[in-house]
Design a binder for this molecule. Structure first.
Ligand SMILES: Nc1nc2c(c(=O)[nH]1)N[C@H]1C(S)=C(S)[C@@H](COP(=O)(O)O)O[C@H]1N2
Ligand SMILES: [Mo]
Length: 527
C-alpha cells in the first residue's frame, strides 16, 4: 500500500473511532458519565495499574494525573484506530472486527464498574455500531475513494506492469473531495457530540441541588480559632484551608454526582440492628462542627497533600451505637458510590474522638469533589483508611475478612498519621538578604497534637521554634522561628515532636506503604 493510501486509510480509521467515542458521550448523558467508554476503560486502568506506575503518574502530573490518563488513552486509541483503518482497506472485515473488539472492551469496562447495570453497555454499543458504519462508509461505502490509491503490488513471478502514476494519483478528484469532506464532517460531528455530551452531563450534575441546601446550625459549634493561630505570612499555608484550595485525591475519573434526595447510607454487616439513613435524617440530628486536618498518605515530606477545614456532621460514634456492632467487628468499611472502599478501625470511631459523617465543609455543603453529599472525616488517620467521599455504605466487618481498596495495592492496613512538619517560608532556592528572616511552616500529628517544633541551620544545634495556638490536637499548628541569616548558601531543617514525646524520625521513607518519613529540608541563598 502506498504512503498516500495509508494516510487516507488511517484518516478513515481515526474518523470511525472519533465518531464511536464522540457519539457515546451524549448516550452516556442518559446512562451516567461513568458508562462512557473512555471513562469506563480509564477507570479500569486506574484500578488495575501497579501502584508504582500510579505513584509515578502522580509524581509527574500531580493532581492533573487524571487528565493525563484520559489524554494518553485517547492518543493510544488514535494510533490503534489508524492501524485499523489500514487493515480495513486490505480487508474491511478485519477493520470491523477491530471496532467490535474495542466496543466489547468498552462494554466490559462499563459493566464491571461498581453499581453498573445493563444500560451502561449502551454508550459503547451505540458508539461501536456507528463507528463501524463510518468505517464502512469511508472504506467500502458511498464515501469510498475511487479507486483506492494502491501502489502496484510487488510482483514475484510476473514482471511488473509499468507504474503509470505516482502513489495517490489516479484517484478520481470528485471522490477524493467526497471522502475528505465526509471525513471532515464526521470528525466535526464527533467532536461536537463529544464535547456537547460532556457539557450536558455537567449540567445534569448535582451543583443545583447542592446550592439549594441550607445546612442547619450545629448544636456543638467548632471552637473559635484562637487569635494568632494564623501567622498570615506570605508563602505560609493559611491555618484554615479554603475549599477551593483544598487538595483533592481520589480514584474517580468523573466526579460522582450523588443526588441528596435519593442518597442513602446503609450501615450493615456485623451489626445487631441494621439501619438506613437519608440525607434529611442526618440534617435532622444534632450536628457538631469540628476543625480537622486531613492528610494524604501519598504526601511526600514537604508536600502539600494536606489541608485543614471546619467540618459539620454527625458523630459516627452515635450512628454506630444505634446499629450495635458485634464485638469482633474491628473494621468499618466505608464504601463510596463508585465502589471505592476504606477500612477504618471500629475503635477509632468509638473512642471519643470527633470522627464525623460530614455534610459541611467550611460553612458550605461539601463541595462535589470533596464527597457531596456525605463523607467520612476521622482525626488522626490518613484519608485512604478513613475519609470515604460520596459514602453510601458502612459495613461492619473484620480486618481479617476484608481488604479495602488500597490494601491489595501495597498500602498498609492501618494508616495512623505520622508526626510531620514542613517549612513553608522561605522556599527552596529563595534568595534572601542577610539579617533577620522569619522561618515558618506547619506541623501536624493529628489527634496526638504537637508539643514542640525545632529548626536547625546547616546541621547545627536544634533551636526551638515558637508554636502558634491551635484549635485542638486534631489540627495542624503553625510555627515560626527568627533566623539571623548570614551570607552564603544555607540548609534549613525542621522536626516536630508530638505530645506522646515521639520526635519525627530522620530516617527517610517513601510514601508506600504507610506514609513518608524524614525531615523537610530547604536550601536558600543569603546575600
Ligand atoms: N470515594 C473515595 N473517597 C476517597 C478517596 C477515593 O479515592 N474515593 N480517596 C481518599 C484519600 S486517599 C484521601 S487522602 C482523601 C482526600 O480527600 P479530599 O479529596 O477531600 O482532600 O479522600 C479519601 N476518600
Ligand atoms: Mo490519600
Amino acid at each position: 500500500m502506498s504512503t498516500t493510501s495509508r494516510r487516507y486509510a488511517a484518516l478513515a480509521g481515526v474518523t470511525a473511532a472519533a465518531v464511536a467515542i464522540g457519539i457515546a458521550e451524549p448516550v452516556a448523558v442518559l446512562t451516567g458519565p461513568r458508562s462512557a467508554p473512555l471513562v469506563a476503560v480509564g477507570g479500569v486502568v486506574v484500578d488495575a495499574v501497579p501502584e508504582s506506575l500510579k505513584q509515578l503518574a502522580i509524581d509527574i502530573f500531580g493532581t492533573a494525573d487524571k487528565i493525563a490518563l484520559l489524554v494518553g488513552t485517547a492518543l493510544l486509541l488514535g494510533a490503534f484506530a489508524a492501524l485499523l483503518g489500514v487493515l480495513a482497506v486490505r480487508r474491511l472485515a478485519l477493520g470491523l472486527a477491530g471496532i467490535a473488539a474495542f466496543a466489547a472492551v468498552g462494554v466490559a469496562a462499563a459493566l464491571t464498574r461498581a453499581g453498573a447495570d445493563a444500560a451502561d453497555a449502551l454508550p459503547s454499543l451505540v458508539g461501536g455500531g456507528l463507528g463501524a458504519l463510518v468505517l464502512w462508509l469511508l472504506i467500502a461505502g458511498p464515501l469510498e475513494l475511487d479507486p483506492w490509491p494502491w501502489s502496484p503490488p510487488t510482483p514475484t513471478t510476473v514482471p511488473a506492469a509499468p507504474s503509470e502514476s505516482a502513489p495517490g494519483e489516479g484517484v478520481d478528484p470528485e471522490s477524493r473531495r467526497r471522502f475528505l469532506t465526509g471525513a471532515g464532517v464526521l470528525l466535526g460531528t464527533a467532536t461536537v457530540a463529544g464535547l456537547g455530551g460532556r457539557w450536558l452531563a455537567g449540567r445534569r450534575g448535582v451543583s443545583a441541588a447542592r446550592e439549594a441546601i441550607r445546612l442547619p446550625a450545629p448544636v456543638a459549634p467548632a471552637p473559635a480559632v484562637p487569635a494568632g493561630a494564623d501567622l498570615s505570612l506570605a508563602q505560609l499555608a493559611p491555618y484554615v484551608t479554603p475549599n477551593f484550595g483544598f487538595y483533592r485525591i481520589d480514584t474517580a475519573l468523573v466526579v460522582p454526582q450523588v443526588d441528596p434526595a435519593t442518597w442513602r447510607l446503609r450501615i450493615h454487616g456485623q451489626v445487631r440492628n441494621e439501619r438506613t439513613y437519608t440525607y434529611a435524617d442526618l440534617l435532622a440530628r444534632p450536628l457538631v462542627e469540628r476543625y480537622v486536618t486531613l492528610a494524604c498518605v501519598s504526601n511526600e515530606v514537604g508536600g502539600d497533600l494536606i489541608g485543614n477545614a471546619r467540618w459539620l456532621g454527625v458523630p459516627l460514634r452515635e450512628l454506630l451505637d444505634e446499629v450495635q456492632p458485634e464485638e469482633d467487628a474491628d473494621q468499618v468499611v466505608g464504601r463510596s458510590v463508585d465502589g471505592w472502599t476504606c477500612g477504618t478501625p471500629t475503635a477509632a470511631l468509638r473512642d471519643g474522638r470527633d470522627a464525623l459523617l460530614a455534610v459541611g465543609m467550611n460553612g458550605e455543603p461539601l463541595p462535589v469533589e470533596h464527597g457531596f453529599p456525605v463523607r467520612m472525616v476521622v482525626p488522626g488517620l490518613y484519608g485512604y483508611v478513613s475519609a470515604c467521599k460520596w459514602v453510601t455504605e458502612l459495613e461492619l466487618t473484620r480486618f481479617v475478612d476484608f481488604d479495602a481498596y488500597w490494601v491489595p495495592r501495597g498500602w498498609s492496613v492501618q494508616g495512623p498519621i505520622k508526626t510531620q512538619s514542613r517549612i513553608d517560608t522561605p522556599r527552596s532556592r529563595n534568595r534572601l538578604t542577610a539579617g533577620p528572616v522569619t522561618v515558618a511552616g506547619v506541623a501536624w500529628a493529628q489527634h496526638r497534637g504537637i508539643r514542640r517544633v525545632e529548626v536547625r541551620v546547616d546541621g547545627g544545634p536544634w533551636q526551638e521554634a515558637q508554636l502558634a495556638p491551635s484549635v485542638s490536637v486534631d489540627t495542624w499548628v503553625q510555627w515560626s522561628w527568627r533566623w539571623d541569616a548570614t551570607p552564603g548558601e544555607h540548609r534549613l531543617q525542621v522536626r516536630a515532636t508530638d505530645t506522646t514525646g515521639e520526635t519525627q524520625t530522620e530516617r527517610t521513607q517513601g510514601v508506600v506503604p504507610d506514609g513518608a518519613t524524614g525531615w523537610h529540608t530547604v536550601t536558600v541563598t543569603v546575600r
